[in-house]
Design a protein around this ligand. Structure first.
Ligand code: NDP
Ligand code: OXD
Length: 314
């Protein structure tokens, strides 16, 4: 029995060594050096090469090394009946909430303006609105969205969430389904996006949607923060909406194409904060511990946790 590591864009060495340290009784092999393919019972994958997870006759579970599984599900050769388990783990959740709180604060406290003033040696002490005057809307109100939402609520913001199904989270208004999307957008000054990428959410962050956000907030135009997936957004629409004053500011951690191409105007735009898909990194020690725990559950005949619903795509 062996675990196969499939991480062509990451150095597998750190994952091999954390798995060896945390599961000394299990053989660990990194793609493409898998040895006898029939030994591989568990696959651990991040941006695995399409086709690399097929022809593993004894595969029992595929573990995603992240919360999102869009890349795994895009592989047409993926074995049909094998469960896929995604990451739901406090270290990753806390990292995402740190990113969201930091970006909301940077826009709320107009950090770009502070930095411009510092460059110009300009002592300009401008007033900031109270957090309680800002309405944050979280699009994608799942594990990550709810944690970030509760933390923002604790900081005093008015928070609402939008998801497929209604949620019951104290102090946070819940909007559900496409029928309630416009009402959710109309009450939102700062839009935080933590949706998965699925056929239903592809390109959802476009100029028409930005036009439905509130313009009654303290900045006169809304803010967009996307750490979900790049293919949710239409980057030409984001730039056009910024130019037209329909968006006040933007933070993007994810992009239509990653890495973001050097030619993109997003890099140099004064109202855009760019980060390299690093909002919530998968820490090898924490994520390996989570996966080893799931493997022990499977070996003990217990049900796996956080199994992806392939039909809905997340
Ligand atoms: P969850 O599955 O827990 O949450 C997803 C949320 O999106 C749910 O609330 C779900 O609704 C909602 N949703 C999905 N499709 C729709 C739709 N069509 N209409 C309305 N709501 C919808 O995922 P996580 O919170 O764990 O992660 C969210 C995403 O964050 C990941 O898929 C990944 O893409 C991204 N991510 C990015 C990282 C980064 O570093 N930038 C790191 C980690 C994750 P419901 O609850 O009703 O099903
Ligand atoms: C994830 C990610 O999905 O890091 O976990 O993007």
């Amino acid at each position: 029995m062996a675990i196969g590591i499939f991480t062509p864009t990451w150095d597998p060495a750190q994952w091999v060594s954390t798995f060896r340290a945390q599961a000394p009784d299990i053989e660990i092999r990194a793609f493409p050096e898998l040895g006898a393919r029939e030994d591989i019972e568990f696959a651990v994958a991040w941006l695995a090469k399409p086709g690399s997870l097929q022809d593993l006759p004894n595969l029992k579970v595929i573990f995603s090394l992240g919360a999102g599984v869009d890349a795994i599900l895009r592989d047409d050769t993926l074995p049909k009946a094998i469960p896929i388990v995604r990451v739901v783990e406090p270290d990753l959740t806390h990292r995402m909430s740190e990113y969201v709180m930091m970006q909301v604060l940077m826009h709320h406290r107009q950090q770009w303006r502070v930095e411009e003033n510092q460059c110009a040696k300009n002592w300009d002490s401008f007033a900031s609105p109270a957090a309680s005057d800002l309405r944050v809307g979280i699009m994608g109100f799942g594990v990550l969205g709810q944690d970030a939402g509760q933390k923002l609520r604790g900081m005093g913001y008015q928070v609402a969430g939008w998801s497929q199904h209604r949620k019951n989270v104290a102090g946070i208004e819940s909007f559900a389904g496409h029928g309630e999307l416009d009402a959710f957008l109309a009450r939102t000054d700062i839009l935080v996006v933590l949706l998965p990428h699925t056929p239903d959410t592809h390109g959802i962050l476009n100029r028409a949607l930005f036009g439905k956000l509130s313009r009654r907030g303290p900045f006169g135009a809304p803010v967009l923060i996307n750490a979900g997936r790049g293919k949710l957004q239409v980057e030409s629409d984001i730039l056009a909406s910024l130019e037209a004053g329909e968006l006040h500011g933007v933070s993007l951690d994810v992009f239509e194409t990653e890495p973001l191409v050097k030619e993109s105007q997003l890099w140099g735009h004064p109202r855009v904060h760019v980060s390299p898909h690093s909002a919530a990194d998968s820490d090898p020690v924490h994520i390996t511990r989570y996966i080893v725990h799931q493997i022990h559950r499977a070996q003990a005949g217990k049900p796996l946790e956080n199994v992806v619903d392939r039909k809905r795509g997340y």
